[in-house]
Design a protein around this ligand. Structure first.
Ligand SMILES: *[C@@H]1O[C@H](CO)[C@@H](O)[C@H](O)[C@H]1NC(C)=O
Ligand SMILES: *[C@@H]1O[C@H](CO)[C@@H](O)[C@H](O)[C@H]1NC(C)=O
Length: 985
C-alpha cells in the first residue's frame, strides 16, 4: 500500500492515466483516486484496491463503481466501506452521469459540498449513518431527477433549505436523527410525487406548513414526530387520503384535533401523543376503517370518548392515557375484538367498565380515574391478560370471585379501590408468571394463604392497609425473587418467621402497624440488600438484634412504637447509608453509641425511651428538636435542647479509631512501598504499591480525566475494588516546612472523615518523592457535564425524575459541607464537572475542599477558586470566598440540569431578590426545559418550577440575600412532599 502514502506516487499514477485512456474516464478515475488519497485509514477500507484496478485504464473496474455501456461512471456504491474523511475532494464535476451515489455507513465528516448540485442526473443519494455536519447546501435543489434522498443519522444543523421544494422527482425524503432547526419549509408542498417524508428526531420548530396537505396524490408515510413543532394540525391534512402512517407525537402542537382527520381513510397508524392538543376527540375518527394503532395520550383532550370508536374493527392499540377525558367508556368499545392494548389511565372517567370488555386484551390500564361498580364479568375468562392496572378507582367486588385464572399474568394492581373478600390461594397460584401483585388499600380479610409462596417469579407483594389477620405464613420464605414485601397496616399477629432470611433480594420490608410480637429475629441481618426496614407500631419486645448492623445499604430504619428494651447495639453504627432512624417510643436504655456521629443521618428520633448520657457529637443529634429527644432519662451534650454534660464528662472526644488509619508514613520515608493510604470505613488497606501497579505506573491508558490539579486514573485494586486516583501536579515542594505539611495532612484527614451519600468519598492521600495522589471512590457514569452533553438518547436517559434527584443530591451535599461538618467546608468550585453520577444516577459532589488544600500558598488561595460561568459575581471585586459563593454556583448547576446545558446569559435575567420575582422566573419554565426530553408530567412540572424558583434566589447578585443551603434543601423537600401528597389523591 506504499503508493497511498506518497502524494508523488498518486500524481505519477494520474499522469500515466491521462496518457492512455479517454479523457472523461481518466478524469473520473483521477478524481476518485485523488479523493481516495485524502481519506484516512485507507489501507483498511474497501477501496484500497483502487490503484491496482486503475492500472488497466478506466475507473469501471474500481470496487463499488458501475459504468454504462459507454464507459461512463453511473453508480458509486461504497456503503459500509470503512471510509474515514471528508467529501471536500470528492470529484463531483468529473461524474456528470452519476445516477446512484451511496456512501452510507462510513465515517465521513465535514459538510456536504455545494458541488453536489452538479450531479444533475442523480436519482438516488444516500449519505446516511455518517458524521456529516453543517447545513444542507441549497444547491441540492438542482437535483431535478432525484427520487430518493437519505441523509439520516448524521449531525446536520441549520434549517432545511427552501430549495428542497425543487426536487420535483422526489418520492422519498429522509433526514431524521440530525440536529436540524428552523421550520419545515412550505415548499415541501410542491413535491407532488413525495410518498414518504421522514423528518423525525430533529429540532425543527414553528408551525406545520398547511401546504403539506397538498401532497394528496402520493403521500403515504409522514414522520415529523420528536421535534419542537408548534401551532395546530392543519385542517388541510384531511386531504391526505393515501396516508397510512401519521406520526407527530412529541412536539408542542396545540389546538383541537381537526375533524378532517376522519377523511384519512387509508390511515393505519395515528400517533399524536405528547403534545398540547385540546378539545374533544372528533367523532369522525370512527371512519378510519384501517386504523390499527391510535395514540392520543399525554395531551389536554376533554369530553367523552365518541361511541364511533367502536367502528375501528382493526384497532389493536388504543392509548388515551393522561388527558382530561371524562364520562363513561362507550359500550361500543367491546366491538374492538382485535384490541390487545387499552390504556385509559389518568383521566376523569366515571361509571362502570363495559361488562363484556375483554376481547384479546393483554395490557389494560385504567388506573387513576373515577371508575366504579364491579369489574366486567368478562374478566373472569380474560385469559389473555398480561398486565392489568385498576388501582386508584372506586371499583367494588370480591377479589377472589370476580377474577379468573390468568396463565400469562405478570402484573396486577388493584390497590386503593373498594374490593373485599379473601386472597384466594387457588386463583393467584395459577398465575405462574406473576411478578407484581398489589392489593393495598382495600377491604381484604382473612389470612394470607400459605400457597401464595408458590410464585417463584413474584418480585413485589403489597397487601398493606387491609384487614388481614393471622400470622405471616412460613411459605412466604419461598418467594426468593421477592424485592418488595409490604404487609403494613393489617392485623397480623405472631412473630416474624425466622425463615424470612431466605428472601435475600429484599429491598423493602414493611411490616408496620400490625400486632406482630416476640423478638425481632437476628436473621433479618442476612437480608443485606435491604434499603428500607419498617417494623414500627407493633408489639416487638426484647433487644434490637445486633445483626441488623450488617444491613449496610439500609437508608431507613423505623423500629418506633414497640416494646424494645436494652441498649442500642453499637453494631448499628455500621449502617453507613442510614438517613432516617426512628427508635422512638420503646424502652431502650443506656447511652447512645457515639459512632452514630459518623453516619450522615438526615432525621433521627429517639424520643420516649430511657436513654441517658452524652449525645453523639454529630449535628443531626446536636441540632435535633425537642420532639426528637424528649422523654428520655438523662441525655446531655449541650445541644439546643439538652443540658451540657457535667464536668466529669470529657465532652466530645474525637474518634480515635479514625486517626489510626491515616498517614502512618510521612513523606520522605524510605519504605514507601509499605505506605498505607487508607481512611476510615474501608476494610482493606490500600498500599502505595497497589496503586502504582493498578495504574501500570500511571500509564495514560488508565487515565479517565484531567483537572486543574492533576490527572485522574481508574485503578482496580487486588481486592477487586475500583478507585479513582488523582495524581497531583505537584511542584517541587521541598521548601515546604514540616509545620505546613502537618497542617496539610490535618486537612486531608478532615476531608476523609466526611461521609455523605451525595459526596464522593475521599479514601486517602499519599505523598512521597515521586508521586502524590488522592484516592477517591470511583463512579461509573462520570461527570454530570459529560452525561448532559451526550447525544439525544444519552441525555434522555437522564429523565426528569433523575434530574430532580440530582438537584436534591447536590443541595444535600453542599448543605452538609456548609452546616454539618466539624469545620464548615466551602466547596469553592461547584460545577457540573465536579458532580459525578453513580450507576443509579445518584449525584455525588467531588473535589470539595481540594482547591484550598492544593493551592501552594494557603493564605492567598482565593485567586484560584472557581470555574468561569459558575463563579459568584462578588468574586470579581472581593477575595472573600464564603458559603454563599457555593450557593450561587449551585443555582447555575440546578438550571443546567433542567436545561441540559449551561444557562449562560439566562443567569442574569433569572437572578431574583424576592419570592415574587422568583415566582415570575417560573413563567419561562417551558423555555428553560431540556428540549431533548418529553414535557414533564404535572407532578414533575411543579417540582421543576420549584427548582427554578429556588435557583433564581440562589443567583441573587448580593450574597447576603442568597438562601443558605440548609434552607434550599428544605424548600426543595417541600416541593417534593407536595407532589407526593398530590399523587396520592
Ligand atoms: C478516522 O481518522 C482519524 C484521523 O486519522 C482517526 O483519528 C480516527 O481514529 C479514525 N477513525 C476510525 C474509527 O478509524
Ligand atoms: C451497495 O453495496 C452494499 C454493500 O456491498 C449492498 O449491500 C447494497 O445492496 C448495495 N446497494 C445497491 C443499491 O446496490
Amino acid at each position: 500500500m506504499a503508493e497511498w502514502q506518497s502524494s508523488a506516487a498518486v500524481s505519477l499514477l494520474l499522469l500515466l492515466l491521462s496518457a492512455f485512456i479517454p479523457p472523461a474516464a481518466s478524469e473520473a478515475a483521477g478524481g476518485l483516486l485523488r479523493w481516495a488519497s485524502t481519506l484516512h485509514n485507507l489501507p483498511q477500507s474497501n477501496i484500497s484496491t483502487w490503484p491496482r484496478a486503475a492500472a488497466n485504464g478506466s475507473p469501471c473496474n474500481f470496487v463499488g463503481v458501475s459504468c454504462s455501456a459507454a464507459g461512463d461512471v453511473v453508480r458509486l456504491n461504497l456503503t459500509n466501506s470503512g471510509l474515514n474523511g471528508t467529501l471536500q475532494a470528492f470529484p463531483f464535476s468529473s461524474l456528470p452521469n452519476l445516477t446512484h451515489l451511496e456512501l452510507s455507513v462510513n465515517l465521513l465528516t465535514g459538510s456536504i459540498p455545494p458541488e453536489i448540485g452538479l450531479l444533475a442526473n442523480l436519482v438516488d443519494l444516500d449519505f446516511s449513518l455518517n458524521q456529516l455536519s453543517g447545513r444542507i447546501p441549497p444547491e441540492i435543489g438542482r437535483l431535478a431527477n432525484l427520487q430518493v434522498l437519505h441523509i439520516v443519522e448524521n449531525r446536520l444543523t441549520g434549517a432545511i433549505p427552501d430549495e428542497i421544494g425543487r426536487l420535483e422527482s422526489i418520492t422519498e425524503l429522509a433526514l431524521y436523527e440530525n440536529r436540524l432547526t428552523g421550520p419545515i419549509p412550505s415548499s415541501i408542498g410542491n413535491l407532488t410525487k413525495l410518498a414518504r417524508l421522514y423528518l423525525y428526531s430533529n429540532e425543527l420548530s414553528g408551525p406545520i406548513p398547511p401546504e403539506i396537505g397538498h401532497l394528496s396524490t402520493a403521500l403515504t408515510e409522514l414522520f415529523i414526530d420528536t421535534n419542537q413543532l408548534s401551532g395546530p394540525i392543519p385542517a388541510s391534512f384531511g386531504n391526505l387520503t393515501k396516508l397510512t402512517t401519521f406520526f407527530i407525537f412529541d412536539n408542542n402542537l396545540s389546538g383541537a384535533i381537526p375533524d378532517e382527520i376522519g377523511n384519512l381513510e387509508s390511515l393505519q397508524y395515528l400517533s399524536l401523543h405528547t403534545n398540547n392538543l385540546s378539545g374533544p376527540i372528533p367523532p369522525g375518527i370512527g371512519n378510519l376503517d384501517s386504523l390499527a394503532d391510535l395514540e392520543l395520550s399525554d395531551n389536554r383532550l376533554t369530553g367523552t370518548v365518541p361511541a364511533s370508536i367502536g367502528n375501528l374493527q382493526n384497532l389493536e392499540i388504543l392509548f388515551l392515557r393522561v388527558n382530561n377525558l371524562s364520562g363513561s367508556i362507550p359500550d361500543s368499545i367491546t366491538n374492538l375484538t382485535k384490541l390487545t392494548v387499552l390504556q385509559l389511565d389518568t383521566n376523569n372517567f366515571t361509571g362502570d367498565l363495559p361488562d363484556t370488555l375483554c376481547g384479546g386484551i393483554q395490557n389494560l390500564t385504567v388506573h387513576s380515574n373515577n371508575f366504579s361498580g364491579s369489574v366486567p364479568t368478562s374478566f373472569k375468562n380474560c385469559t389473555t391478560f398480561i398486565r392489568v392496572r385498576l388501582e386508584d378507582n372506586q371499583f367494588t367486588g370480591n377479589i377472589s370471585e370476580d377474577f379468573g385464572i390468568y396463565p400469562n399474568l405478570q402484573y396486577l394492581d388493584l390497590s386503593r379501590n373498594n374490593f373485599h373478600g379473601e386472597v384466594s390461594p387457588s386463583k393467584w397460584v395459577s398465575c405462574p408468571n406473576l411478578a407484581t401483585l398489589r392489593i393495598s388499600g382495600n377491604r381484604v380479610t382473612g389470612e394470607i394463604p400459605g400457597p401464595i409462596g408458590n410464585h417463584p417469579k413474584l418480585q413485589a407483594l403489597d397487601l398493606s392497609s387491609n384487614q388481614l389477620v393471622g400470622q405471616i405464613p412460613l411459605e412466604l420464605a419461598n418467594l426468593t425473587s421477592l424485592v418488595k414485601l409490604q404487609l403494613s397496616g393489617n392485623q397480623l399477629s405472631g412473630p416474624i418467621p425466622l425463615e424470612i432470611r431466605s428472601l435475600t433480594k429484599l429491598d423493602s420490608l414493611q411490616l408496620a402497624s400490625n400486632r406482630l410480637n416476640e423478638s425481632i429475629p437476628g436473621s433479618l441481618g442476612e437480608l443485606t440488600q435491604l434499603n428500607d426496614l419498617n417494623l414500627s407500631n407493633n408489639q416487638f419486645g426484647d433487644r434490637i438484634p445486633e445483626q441488623l448492623g450488617r444491613l449496610v445499604h439500609l437508608s431507613t430504619l423505623d423500629l418506633s412504637r414497640n416494646s424494645l428494651t436494652g441498649a442500642i447495639p453499637s453494631q448499628l453504627t455500621s449502617l453507613s447509608s442510614l438517613e432516617f432512624l426512628n427508635l422512638s417510643r420503646n424502652s431502650l436504655s443506656g447511652s447512645i453509641p457515639n459512632g452514630f456521629a459518623q453516619i450522615p443521618l438526615h432525621t433521627v428520633d429517639i424520643s420516649h425511651n430511657r436513654l441517658q448520657g452524652p449525645l453523639p457529637t454529630s449535628p443531626e443529634f446536636r441540632n435535633a428538636s425537642m420532639e426528637e429527644l424528649e422523654g428520655n432519662d438523662g441525655l446531655c451534650g449541650g445541644s439546643n435542647v439538652v443540658q451540657p454534660c457535667n464536668a466529669t464528662d470529657n465532652g466530645p472526644t474525637k474518634n480515635r479509631n479514625l486517626r489510626r488509619f491515616l498517614f502512618r508514613n510521612p513523606r520522605g520515608q524510605q519504605d514507601h512501598e509499605q505506605q498505607v493510604l487508607l481512611a476510615p470505613g474501608f476494610d482493606t488497606k490500600i498500599m502505595y504499591s497497589d496503586i502504582v501497579t493498578a495504574t501500570d505506573r500511571f500509564d495514560p491508558a488508565h487515565c479517565i480525566g484531567r483537572g486543574g490539579y492533576g490527572t485522574v486514573y481508574r485503578a482496580t485494586l487486588p481486592s477487586g475494588i475500583i478507585v479513582a486516583v488523582k495524581k497531583l501536579n505537584c511542584s517541587d515542594d521541598s521548601s515546604e516546612d514540616d509545620e505546613s505539611h502537618k497542617e496539610f495532612l490535618r486537612e486531608v484527614e478532615a476531608l476523609t472523615e466526611i461521609r455523605h451519600r451525595n459526596i464522593v468519598k475521599l479514601y486517602g492521600f499519599c505523598s512521597q518523592s515521586n508521586h502524590s495522589f488522592l484516592v477517591y471512590e470511583y463512579l461509573d457514569r462520570g461527570s454530570l457535564a459529560s452525561v448532559l452533553s451526550q447525544d439525544n438518547s444519552g441525555a434522555r436517559e437522564l429523565d426528569w425524575g433523575k434530574r430532580l434527584n440530582i438537584v436534591r443530591g447536590v443541595a444535600h451535599a453542599l448543605s452538609y459541607l456548609h452546616h454539618d461538618c466539624a469545620i464548615p467546608i466551602v466547596h469553592r468550585d461547584v460545577t457540573s464537572n465536579n458532580v459525578l453520577l453513580d450507576r443509579d444516577y445518584e449525584a455525588k459532589v467531588a473535589d470539595f475542599g481540594t482547591a484550598k488544600l492544593l493551592s501552594s500558598d494557603s493564605s492567598n488561595w482565593t485567586t484560584q477558586a472557581g470555574t468561569r460561568g459558575y463563579i459568584a459575581p462578588e468574586l470579581a471585586y472581593t477575595m472573600r470566598v464564603t458559603e454563599k459563593c457555593d450557593v450561587y454556583s449551585f443555582g447555575v448547576v440546578a438550571l443546567e440540569v433542567i436545561r441540559g446545558s449551561h444557562p449562560g446569559e439566562l443567569v442574569l435575567s433569572l437572578a431574583s431578590s424576592t419570592e415574587e420575582e422568583a415566582a415570575a422566573a417560573v413563567v419561562s419554565l417551558d423555555d428553560l426545559l431540556d428540549r431533548r426530553l418529553a414535557r414533564p408530567v404535572p407532578g414533575f412540572r411543579q417540582e421543576l418550577e420549584n427548582v427554578v424558583r429556588i435557583a433564581a434566589l440562589c443567583l441573587n447578585v448580593d450574597p447576603q440575600f442568597r438562601p443558605e443551603m440548609r434552607l434550599v434543601c428544605e424548600m426543595l423537600s417541600k416541593g417534593h412532599k407536595r407532589k407526593v401528597t398530590r399523587g396520592r389523591q
